[in-house]
Ligand binder design. Structure first.
Ligand code: ADP
Ligand code: ASP
Ligand code: MG
Length: 417
């Protein structure tokens, strides 16, 4: 008998019909003898709708009330899924309270207080164990928690994945299944490139890079947590019961992965670039700029500092689109208080394309091949960053689909097995 955490994403609970399917799936899984815990996201489109409503009132809405608002989509989904399980259970002649819906605060999912990007600190598993021991299926709201003062917090977009992994780790579950609208992790987003191929098994490291570079099939934090607790993840379809993709440790993959130089291509269209020109060069400039951004909980991605010309510095960096207005506000304050001569240039229509592969650290020439492929496709590179296992290029957003297709083909990802 195993303890399995099953997470259902937005599309998987997007209609009443899908919710009924989830209910039957959970009961069938339980009937096989396993203990089941469900984590659910808001119905598809609902969180976007709530964000849009908030934006109409205040386009820089990160705050306690913003989280209170956008966390509400999950409550609806929990209510409906729980009702559906109990209704189906009654039809099957089982006890009528086969499932029990629970919100983040009801089971003590404690987070820090960084609204919209909160991190889970601990989970009180007592009530969950109690329900599981009575063969009741806890149906838990993903994406949300509470801070030390009982304020509702949310975990960042796509955060239900992280809720599921954190709950699975806290319960020491045997398996964590992430049910979504694709049947696994692909060599690139199958919606961007028809040639994308399903990967059978992928290492935590590669999955972390893909997730952080735009492959939203898993939220980056969920993969970090899974790696930390050595919890295997199974990404699979809620529409099709075939085996999905296993996300496992490098050791578990063994020599399988050394053969693959590039495992996947990721694209991220949620980035914007800010360039600070005419900054008086001197010690502490970067510390001041990035210190102010970090104090506002803004995550900065690619950073490029040009060689100073006549003592004046140019600093460029990217931030997530959702943080752009807030970042601009921080920079306007800095300009007013510290750097009067500074000019702020904003560029919004950019995308980041990346290639990822643990094998590339032992193979020279991967980055240059990427640049050549983009050049052949006539795509200009705005910024470049590299790490041991990835190369990223910032390009104009309009070229993103073509860039992904040419890299996928150029690195022969449709063929690798
Ligand atoms: P859910 O609502 O189930 O959490 P998401 O929309 O967050 O689902 O994530 C699934 C989506 O991730 C897919 O529909 C797909 O378009 C996208 N995606 C991006 N990159 C990849 C990839 N490499 N493999 C699979 N899916 C990907
Ligand atoms: N509903 C939240 C979102 O849309 C969380 C999730 O789906 O994982 O981002
Ligand atoms: Mg998701």
């Amino acid at each position: 008998m195993a303890l399995i955490v099953q997470k259902f994403g937005g599309t998987s609970v997007g209609t009443i019909e899908r919710i009924r399917h989830v209910a039957s799936w959970a009961l069938d899984s339980q009937a096989k003898g396993d203990d089941i815990v469900l984590v659910v996201s808001a119905m598809s489109g609902e969180t976007n709708r709530l964000v849009e409503l908030a934006n109409q009132i205040n386009p820089i809405p990160y705050s306690r009330e913003y989280d209170l608002l956008i966390a509400s989509g999950e409550q609806v989904a929990v209510g409906l899924v729980t009702l559906a399980i109990n209704t189906e259970a009654a039809k099957r002649g089982l006890s009528a309270t086969r499932a029990r819906g629970m919100l983040g605060h009801q089971i003590g999912i404690r987070t820090d207080s960084v609204y919209s990007k909160a991190r889970i600190q601990e989970i009180d598993t007592r009530s969950l164990h109690k329900e599981i021991s009575r063969k009741v299926i806890p149906v838990i709201a993903g994406f949300q928690g509470v801070d030390v003062e009982n304020n509702i917090t949310t975990l960042g977009r796509g955060g239900s994945d992280t809720s599921a992994v954190a709950i699975a780790a806290a319960l020491k579950a045997d398996d964590c299944e992430i049910y979504t609208d694709v049947d696994g992790v692909y060599t690139t987003d199958p919606r961007l490139c028809k040639e994308a191929r399903k990967i059978q098994r992928i290492s935590y490291e590669e999955m972390m890079e893909l997730a952080s570079l735009g492959a939203k099939v898993l939220q980056i934090r969920s993969v970090e947590l899974a790696a930390k607790y050595k919890l295997p993840l199974h990404v699979r379809s809620s529409f099709n019961p075939v085996e999905g993709t296993r996300v496992v440790s490098q050791e578990a993959l063994g020599s399988e992965m050394e053969q693959v130089v590039v495992a996947g291509v990721a694209a991220d269209t949620s980035q914007t670039k800010l360039t600070l020109q005419n900054l008086q060069d001197g010690p502490g400039v970067a510390a001041k700029v990035f210190g102010a951004l970090s104090a506002a909980a803004i995550v900065v991605d690619v950073i490029v500092q040009d060689v100073p010309v006549s003592g004046m510095l140019t600093l460029s960096f990217t931030v997530g689109k959702a943080d752009h207005l807030k970042a601009k506000q921080v920079l306007d304050d800095l300009k007013a208080n510290n750097f009067n001569s500074m000019k702020i240039v904003e560029e919004k229509s950019l995308a980041k394309v990346s290639i990822v592969g643990v094998g590339m650290q032992h193979h020279p020439g991967v980055a240059s091949k990427m640049f050549a492929l983009l050049a052949e496709a006539g795509i200009n590179i705005v910024l470049i960053t590299t790490s041991e296992i990835k190369v990223s290029c910032l390009i104009a957003e309009e070229h993103v689909k073509r860039a992904v297709e040419c890299l996928h083909k150029g690195f022969e990802l449709h063929r690798v097995e």
